[in-house]
Design a protein around this ligand. Structure first.
Ligand code: DSN
Length: 470
């Protein structure tokens, strides 16, 4: 009888080495698609404000055997054995996140920014409670209670808007709305708003109406960490963010500052409740219980490991300096568009992104058909030329979300790859050259000269070759 084969155990180094080749040998189709996506990212200009580019160290942490580990609960109170290593990883991630944001409490388990918001919302509210948040088409986020979202279905939601003349948040009007509507949760934070958010004013409103304040800083989380945007951590009861938007792995994060041990007040904890009838639960504990078992099962522990790596990067001077570079680049890009006659909302930006109303753009002598540009046409004709942006519905937009009048541009990735003011000027001129020559034939139809398309693609490829993925 032959002896059973006894394979020699690999070291960690050997096991994880050459993972792409292992994939190629196992599944060539997926391997090829991943390689194509690498080429796409390397050879086209990434200007989507919500996107960023994580480091190779973060990628390495994502692609490790930590992904195999299952457990529920939190460090020190797990429901499975074998957690001694992942406990250390999660503790490291928590401590680093707290240091990055000066927070008293950090929860690194949410699977996404939207998940982090849902955890906070359902930890605080009972069915039918009221939420006041910025409308999605006014720059807010779908997870803040848009009718199509989870929160929009189970809670009573009112939205606040930006001013129709300036497109700025009108804090006095929001306060009046809060006084009338009496929300139990006030949400601030945006995905398409280019100006500084006054978190202190939002907290004052929340206190005045007895609401909790949640600040979703996903888009500006890197800027906040570096001090390039004021921090909400000690103003909001809860600060949430996705971790990929500031440049880390996919995932979410919940932070609590000075309110971390404030006692939770339920809807039924008002007058009439017998004194001492309930144990006062601090806010952090409420969040933790609602993360597990309330909302999630096993955290993605490889993402938790990658978050730890990313939070260490966020503490570096290279990361912090880059956040100011992102803002500087966005300002230069916006100014170039203003100079060329584009309708940039609010006239510019304080952060990493800006919006332009392309329907108001009058190309010099182009668009022979007289049709107006739409966000859809802009996104697609730029993509034909290797420039990746997204159409965005603008406040008071006459188009729906699948057409839009807006173009949203952001600078996190081009800045990460080393581009500066000169390149922002080049990018602005390139986009303008395409948009002045595209022939708009309808809200979704256009014709682009193939010669121009080739030239533009060549220029983009050259630019990207000089500033490769880092
Ligand atoms: N929040 C979306 C955006 O801003 O594009 C992506 O998650």
């Amino acid at each position: 009888m032959s002896k059973p084969a006894c394979n020699r155990a690999l070291t960690n180094e050997q096991y994880h080495r050459d993972l792409p080749s292992v994939l190629e040998g196992t599944d060539e189709e997926v391997y090829r698609l991943l390689a194509q996506e690498f080429d796409r990212q390397q050879n086209t200009l990434q200007l989507i404000a919500a996107e960023n580019q994580c480091s190779r160290a973060v990628l390495a942490a994502l692609g490790s055997v930590v992904q195999n580990k299952t457990t529920e609960g939190f460090v020190g109170a797990r429901f499975h054995g074998g957690c001694e290593v992942v406990d250390c990883l999660e503790t490291l991630a928590i401590n680093r996140a707290r240091e990055v944001y000066g927070a008293r409490y950090a929860n690194v388990q949410p699977h996404s920014g939207t998940g982090a918001n849902q955890i906070v919302i359902t930890a605080l509210l009972e069915k039918g409670d009221r939420i006041l948040s910025q409308a999605m088409d006014q720059g807010g986020h779908v997870s803040h209670g848009a009718p199509v979202s989870f929160a929009g279905k189970f809670f009573e939601v009112e939205h606040y808007s930006v001013r129709p003349d300036t497109f700025l948040l009108d804090y006095d009007a929001i306060r009046e709305q809060a006084l009338r509507f009496r929300p139990r949760l006030l949400i601030c934070g945006a995905s398409a708003y280019s100006r500084t958010i006054d978190f202190a004013r939002f907290r004052a409103m929340a206190d005045e109406v007895g609401a909790y304040l949640m600040a979703d800083i996903s888009h500006i989380a890197g800027l906040v960490a570096a001090g390039a945007h004021p921090s909400p951590v000690d103003y909001a009861h809860f600060t949430t963010t996705s971790t990929y938007k500031p440049g880390g792995p996919r995932g979410g994060l919940i932070l609590v500052g000075r309110d971390f041990d404030t006692a939770f007040r339920g809807r039924s904890d008002g007058p009439g409740q017998p004194a001492g009838s309930r144990r006062a639960v601090p806010l952090w504990e409420r969040i933790e219980k609602n993360t597990f078992p309330g909302f999630q099962g096993t955290p993605s522990l490889n993402n938790v490991a990658a978050k730890a790596v990313f939070f260490k990067e966020m503490l570096s001077s290279e990361y912090r300096t880059r956040q100011f570079g992102i803002v500087e680049n966005a300002k230069v890009l916006a100014e170039e568009f203003v100079k060329m006659g584009y309708d940039v909302l609010t006239g510019g930006t304080d952060n990493h992104m800006f919006l332009a109303n392309v329907a108001n753009f009058q190309p010099h002598g182009a668009t022979a058909s007289g049709n107006r540009l739409t966000g859809f046409v802009v996104q697609h004709c730029l993509e034909d030329c290797g420039v990746i942006v997204n159409m965005n519905r603008l406040p008071y937009d006459r188009h729906n979300a699948r057409i839009t009048s807006g173009m949203r541009l952001g600078t996190p990735i081009v800045t990460k790859n080393g581009m500066r003011a000169t390149e922002m000027e080049t990018i602005a001129k390139l986009i303008d050259r395409i948009l002045t020559r595209v022939e708009v034939q309808g809200d979704r139809q256009y014709r682009l000269d193939p010669g121009l398309q080739c030239e533009a693609r060549e220029q983009v490829r050259d630019l990207c070759a000089r500033f490769p993925l880092r």
